[in-house]
Design a protein around this ligand. Structure first.
Ligand code: NAD
Ligand code: SER
Length: 318
């Protein structure tokens, strides 16, 4: 348990990251100090206070902040890349207006700190795709990516103009066994494990040679906690740090799974998500995160595959 006093609100706590982040922060601060919120409750939050909240409702958000004496918000609610392309206007509204609601609460000094995730989707087809650095050409081609890039600029602006302590990571695709992904292009790398264990086969919506930056959820949660607990003077980038884990193609992860499940087979049927994946980096350079607040990933591809299969298997057996 940590000793600094934080009262945390997680917005979008029921999602892929939120479930795991709520559990980790509850371990650190005690469940009663971590308020989970989402559009609807789920059974993941038996021990946490829960609030039903639409992140677009600024008044309701403010009431919850006052009611619980919230000091820090982790704002995770968003529409991701694939679902965002299906509903572009609402994706833009949700991703931008909900961020402004949180940033404004901090500007008005109702809360002390914000975590808001960005994404590799801030990059686009004109970005150098291999070893993509922190500072480079950024012309995102999805509504999701445009909203993340605009969000990054606003985070920097609120920090510079109003000293808002907002911190952000450009997550790669996240792979975890405790929760389901919610509408992203990298989701195949989670579905593949479930299908391999259940049916021994998987039809992938990306082509076999599609390489994307990815990360084990455990690493991503640790990165989130580390950046949020680093001294403020170490955080030199307020828009979103590049964050690197591992890069692999669909064919490579399938081959690694086959080492554990020899009969596993995969077929490829690329759909509209292929164009999104093709517009994103294949690998990321993150020397700023390493230098400023000491980031280092733990999982490589064999370690990630072994961890996913072991944990999903024992979860399925429970
Ligand atoms: P998710 O889709 O799994 O979860 C989002 C949650 O937000 C859901 O539980 C949903 O019910 C909730 N939500 C949606 N609209 C809401 C609203 N109006 N008010 C309150 N809650 C609402 O997403 P995730 O994968 O957990 O991602 C969380 C954040 O991390 C997002 O900002 C996403 O862009 C970012 N991110 C995720 C990944 C990834 O691979 N998962 C990678 C890069 C960035
Ligand atoms: N995993 C996310 C997506 O595919 C990247 O931000 O949308």
């Amino acid at each position: 348990m940590v000793t600094d006093i934080q009262k945390i609100l997680i917005i979008g706590a029921g999602g892929q990251i939120g479930v795991e982040l709520t559990a980790k922060l509850s371990e650190m601060y005690g469940s009663s100090n971590v308020v989970a919120s989402d559009l609807k409750n789920s059974n993941a939050f038996a021990n946490n206070p829960f609030e039903t909240l639409d992140a677009l409702d600024k008044k309701a958000l403010f009431e919850i902040v006052k009611k619980h004496g919230i000091t820090h918000i982790y704002h995770l609610a968003a529409m991701l890349s694939a679902t965002g392309e299906q509903n572009p206007m609402f994706a833009w509204k949700l991703n931008m207006e909900s961020l402004f609601n949180v940033l404004e609460l901090a500007r008005e000094k109702h809360i002390a700190g914000i975590y808001w995730p960005s994404s590799i989707a801030v990059f686009g087809p004109t970005t150098p795709q291999v070893g993509t650095p922190q500072y480079t050409v950024m012309e995102p081609s999805t509504v999701y990516g445009i909203s993340k890039q605009a969000g990054e600029r606003w985070c920097e602006w609120y920090f510079k103009k109003h000293n808002v302590d907002v911190r952000s990571l450009r997550y790669p695709g996240l792979i975890g066994w405790k929760s389901a992904p919610g509408g992203g292009t990298t989701d195949y790398a989670v579905h593949i494990f479930h299908e391999a264990l259940k049916n021994g086969t998987y039809e992938c919506f990306l082509s076999e040679n599609t390489i994307l930056p990815m990360m084990h959820m455990e690493d991503a949660i640790r990165a989130t906690i580390e950046i949020m607990h680093a001294p403020a003077e170490n955080i030199k980038i307020r828009g979103g740090y590049n964050l690197s884990g591992i890069s692999f193609s669909a064919k490579e992860i399938a081959a690694e799974i086959k080492k554990h499940i020899p009969d596993f087979s995969i077929t490829y049927k690329p759909d509209f998500r292929q164009a999104i994946a093709d517009s994103w980096p294949k690998s990321i350079l993150d020397k700023e995160a390493r230098a400023d607040w000491g980031w280092k990933e733990k999982y490589d591809l064999p370690g990630l595959v072994e961890n996913m299969l072991t944990n999903l298997k024992s979860k399925n057996e429970q």
